[in-house]
Design a protein around this ligand. Structure first.
Ligand code: MSP
Length: 529
């Protein structure tokens, strides 16, 4: 039987400048879920890329004295390098200036015109350039863009329109029949109540005021609206509408499309309607995450508060950045980055909790059993049965949470195993058992050491999707080589760790404690650059 497939997408980013930690978050999140699904035996496919057209990009390029194409080519190179540094394993990187995309978008536009979904009319309204979005007079807030609060420009031009109204009923029915389509639910409710229920307006889908975009084939003074162009990337990348649409047949519909909360409207409203018009199935799930904020609001160059992921990864390790981001964001909410919070998480969670547990376990295993994992006999500690069922329960919760995209909760269940194990050391006091002459205490000590090593093996298995390098280093220190003992399912029944496994003689610390003040200042300095 063929493996089940899993297709996950990130938004395609605007190549307007260097990517910050917020953009990296979306991509890391997608990659984490992809890694998890792969471990579970899915045939996974992950897509990311760049949204290269639109007036904003044209303007940015002009300011830099470059052609738009030169500008986007440079950013594309940087982006690919960044994803490499962050160990993102995407399967395809789509750029909307590529022929494989532009040709299909032209075809789609023609088809929608022929079908009568797109018609020629005249547009008059307010345009927010940074958001590439039109607003009516009533949608403005104090005369400014309701999304970003910036100035809007009055525009009047001949335009093509998409007949959204035609799909109103179908979209409402779809939401009714698929109440979990958007998560978290409050984001779905926001979209549904504020934008769908009040009635859809026809959407302006072409521009004549600039030319950096895909031209309408039959009327080339018109450039196709950048969101219609961009959203279709999710299918053009798979070869939809081309001579080779094997991937499209295999992977569409997407299983998970990850977006930031600011672009849920485009993905929850326009995208489903475009797909309906093309007679294609809709994605199975849209997940809208929150934003990463700074203490003084949004990240911006002018405020001098931008954090770049590679800067943190170079100094503190990639897994530290991943851990911070994945743990800090709770389901769909915003997260706040502070240098203090970042360094504390490193010192407490990674160094104290996880790093020390591994270090102590390896140390004691060498001291008491020459580094060889001992067997558990009939004589156990009073906590041992409880700890086994505790770990089994946590494994289940970690899995349930990652399945439902509650990534932070999943990590906190894993950290539950780590904390319980540290407590177990204090409770059983292996150093006292080791001093005892009694045979019974020796057997109890065997059980303590087996349980600690098994708990750590389980933690290492569960950490694979989140922190692959750390997990790997743990396997090496624990002496675990067999693939069987690294499989996700090997965590479900306690006791898969083989007796006789030989741990490393002396393990390097996984994480070395940071000098708080020094590092906080270091990060603050980097934010100003
Ligand atoms: N090009 C469009 C997406 C088209 S998808 C067909 C776009 N690009 S963007 O570069 O502005 O944003 C891309 C993603 O980055 C969005 O999901 C957005 O929410 C996310 N983020 C941008 N800043 C962010 C934070 N500070 N924190 C978390 N995510 C943020 O929109």
């Amino acid at each position: 039987m063929e493996n089940k497939k899993f297709y996950v997408t990130t938004p395609i980013y605007y190549p307007s400048g260097k990517f910050h930690i917020g953009t990296a978050y979306t991509t890391i999140l997608a990659d984490t879920i992809r890694r998890y699904k792969k471990l579970r035996g899915y045939d996974t496919y992950m897509l990311t890329g760049l949204d290269e057209h639109g007036q904003k990009i044209q303007d940015v390029a002009q300011k830099a004295g470059k052609t738009p194409q030169e500008h986007v080519d440079e950013i594309a190179e940087d982006a690919i390098q960044l994803w490499e540094k962050l160990d993102i394993h995407y399967d395809d990187f789509i750029r909307t200036t590529e022929k494989r995309h532009t040709k299909v978008v032209e075809d789609i536009f023609d088809r929608l015109m022929e079908q009568g979904d797109i018609y020629l009319g005249e547009y008059e309204g307010w345009y927010c350039m940074p958001c590439e979005t039109f607003f009516t007079e009533t949608q403005l807030e104090d005369g400014k863009c309701p999304d970003c609060g910036r100035d809007v420009k009055k525009m009047k031009e001949e335009s093509y329109f998409f007949n959204m109204k035609k799909y109103q009923k179908r979209l409402e029915d779809f939401y009714e029949q698929n109440p979990d389509f958007i998560e978290p639910e409050f984001r779905k409710n926001e979209l549904f109540n504020n934008f769908i229920k009040p009635g859809l307006e026809d959407l302006c889908v072409s521009r004549t005021s600039f030319d950096w975009g895909i031209k309408v084939r039959k009327d080339p003074k018109h450039v196709i609206y950048v969101w219609l162009d961009a959203l279709t990337n999710y299918i053009t990348a798979l070869g939809y509408g081309s001579d080779n649409d094997e991937k499209f047949k295999k992977y569409w519909p997407a299983d998970l499309q990850i977006v930031g909360k600011d672009i849920i409207r485009f993905h929850g409203l326009y995208w489903p309607i475009f797909l309906m018009a093309l007679d294609l199935p809709l994605p199975k799930k849209l997940y809208a995450h929150g934003w990463i904020m700074m203490k003084d609001g949004k990240m911006s160059k002018s405020k001098g508060n931008v954090v770049y992921p590679e800067v943190l990864a170079e100094r503190y390790g990639l897994d530290t950045v991943k851990y911070f981001l994945l743990r800090e964001f709770t389901f769909g909410q915003d997260a706040i980055f502070t240098p203090e919070g970042f360094v504390e998480k490193f010192n407490f969670d990674l160094c104290n909790d996880l790093g020390n547990l591994l270090n102590r376990t390896i140390g004691m295993m060498n001291k008491y059993f020459e580094g060889i994992v001992p067997a558990v006999t009939d004589i156990k500690n009073e906590q041992d049965d409880e700890i086994e069922s505790f770990v089994e329960e946590k494994v289940k919760l970690a899995e349930d949470n990652i399945e439902s995209i509650h990534i932070s909760n999943s990590l906190s269940e894993i950290w539950g195993i780590i904390s319980r194990s540290n407590k177990y050391i204090d409770e059983t006091a292996p150093w006292i058992l080791a001093k005892s002459e009694l045979e019974e205490d020796k057997q109890k000590l065997q059980s303590v050491m087996y349980h600690l090593a098994e708990n750590l093996r389980i933690v290492a298995v569960l950490l694979q999707p989140f922190m692959a390098e750390t997990s790997n280093r743990m396997f090496i220190q624990l002496g675990i080589e067999s693939e069987e003992q690294k499989e996700w399912d090997s965590t479900k029944k306690y006791g898969k760790l083989e007796v006789g496994t030989k741990v490393i003689k002396k393990g390097e610390p996984l994480f070395i404690r940071l000098e708080m003040e020094e590092e906080i200042n270091y990060i603050k300095e980097c934010m100003k650059k």
